[in-house]
Ligand binder design. Structure first.
Ligand code: TZP
Ligand code: MG
Length: 216
């Protein structure tokens, strides 16, 4: 049996400090979780450590008693200090083997893959899921790699021995095609954090994904 916590990759909310500033991070995450988000990734590339740690602790308290796992983007120190469920690293962050060694066997580790060429180097034993994208153009990550498109997503997902969580420009309109291309789930920033009603947006996305999974 795996030492890792069980997690559900269907609908990952990736947080954004600018988009959650007015409503408040916990409020947006709370509403999104009530709407059906299955995974939360705390992401703030420019936050000071103390601020990020405080946010991670607040989200951990918010998610306590739910099946929704908390992942911290890039900052393994914060993930460990806040006792989060895991961390997510990009291609330019701490390499996955080092990240796994620091995290231990009892936390989740996600890895971003932006291009097919990166797949051969992946050791699936140390990684729990891959964030694959951007699939489409995105306004939420200024330094994002060129979009994979649906064909690129399908080709990459087919080569992976891990759940592929598609990211980048995904909304309720294109989510069915993304799921049909082989994704195990989707990760979104603007489709939830940028929505007037994050709870309703999450509910619509979750319904859309579940329908796609059951062949609808
Ligand atoms: N990594 C690849 S694309 C992206 C990240 C963090 C941003 C996704 O944001 P959105 O608003 O869902 O396109
Ligand atoms: Mg990163």
């Amino acid at each position: 049996m795996s030492a890792r916590p069980a997690f559900d990759p269907r609908l990952c909310l990736v947080t954004d400090p600018a988009l959650t500033a007015s409503a408040g991070l916990e409020r947006v995450v709370g509403q999104a979780v009530a709407g059906g988000v299955t995974l939360v990734q705390l992401r703030d590339p420019y936050a000071k450590g103390a601020v990020l740690l405080e946010a991670a602790r607040r989200l951990k308290a918010l998610l306590a008693g739910t099946s929704v796992r908390l992942i911290v983007n890039d900052r393994l120190d914060i993930a460990l200090a806040a006792d989060a469920d895991g961390a997510h690293v990009g291609q330019d962050d701490l390499p996955p083997a080092e990240a796994r060694a620091l995290l231990g066997e009892h936390r989740l580790l996600g890895l971003s893959v932006t291009h097919q060429d990166q797949i051969a180097a992946i050791d699936p034993r140390g990684i729990d899921y891959v964030g694959l994208g951007p699939v489409f153009a995105t306004m939420s990550k200024p330094d994002a790699a060129p979009p994979l498109g649906l064909d690129g997503l399908a080709a990459a997902a087919a080569r992976l021995d891990l759940p592929a969580v598609a990211i980048g420009g995904i909304d309720a309109g294109n989510a069915p095609a993304v799921m049909r291309a082989g994704a195990a789930g989707i990760a979104v920033i603007s489709a939830i954090c940028g929505a007037a009603d994050p709870g309703a947006a999450a509910r619509t996305l979750r319904r859309t994904i579940d329908a796609a999974i059951s062949g609808g």
